[in-house]
Design a protein around this ligand. Sequence first.
Ligand code: PLP
Length: 375
Amino acid sequence: MIPQANPKAGYLAQRADIDAAILRVLNDGWYIMGEEVAAFEREFAAFTRTRFAVGVASGTDALTLGLRALDIGPGDAVITVSHTAVATVAAIELAGATPVLVDIGADWTMDPGALEKLLGAWPVGVPKAKAIVPVHLYGQPAAMAKIAAIADAHGLIMIEDCSQAHGAGINNRLVGSWSRLAAYSLYPTKNLGALGDAGIISTDDPVLQEKLCALRQYGWRDRYISDMPGINSRLDPIQAGVLRVKLQVLERDTERRRAIAARYDAGLAGLSGLALPARSAGYAPVFHQYVVNAGPRRDALQAALKAREILTVVHYPVPIHLQPAYRGRIAIGPGGLPQSERAAHSVLSLPMFPQLSDDDIDSVIEAIRGFWKTT
Ligand SMILES: *Cc1c(COP(=O)(O)O)cnc(C)c1O
């Protein structure tokens, strides 16, 4: 059986070092925050080339607290996409703000043209736009030059959701660097994944860093004195210990993801009606997922692969604006979100994790080519 993702393989690949890190924290006897968390924050900040990083309990919290740190909340609208993890939209509502969803392009990320149209025809009865949350989905950087220019022109704050794009960039500029702060999930299957829940925020701004540190811990600036209403969203030091080990191999893992993607690209080229991931000049995606567009044959392809014990996943089967929790009450761009709705029926995420072997990749390619020929 070839799994679609395999966080256990990521653990086994570093088992001795991860076990040692966990034991170090256990024996250290300091089980909340402390030096392990501070060390991971320094190391992650170096990785993102920012001055600071603030560890929190999840990617959802990283976004929510990031929005709150920028004073985005009730009475503010935040624009993001419908084709993303539901957490992106949930975090905006958790901050008290109003999500407004805009369509995506062929690269599955925010369409700058749709964004411009939305801002030119703002939905009635919706609060004023205050921020944009581009999502670097599947490890593919969003069109940041265009989105940043639109944000500037409209005086909007930007917060990048980098949960699927640790280390991705455009022309040597890393994702996250277009915003005053950027949010990352460290969920086990992410490119940098803990062995449980975790998240982190990167920023160059010492004022934001201080505020985020307060917000994640009851609003404390000094112990037992809350300066602002906060929550409990601390990064667990055991997870920080694990993440320090995983961070050391992240660049190597990313290179392996890119090599897997290149092998898929070569092996799957030339199948008419099967679109491979978009490649843009200067973009350095990190292939959190390798997503093909199989059009109307998607479900049949997925079933055929499953019959050969090759597991795939549909990210995401229902756009957020059509999910029961949101349907009918979430504002969307003018003309609706046709690309997002089409994507839900045509995307398929192939097996993708650094420990995937070349033989397994070739089996996936062969199975897809076999299916494509016979249908
Ligand atoms: C995983 C993910 C999140 C949420 O992260 P959690 O750690 O599960 O809270 C947010 N946005 C995107 C794009 C994600 O992929």
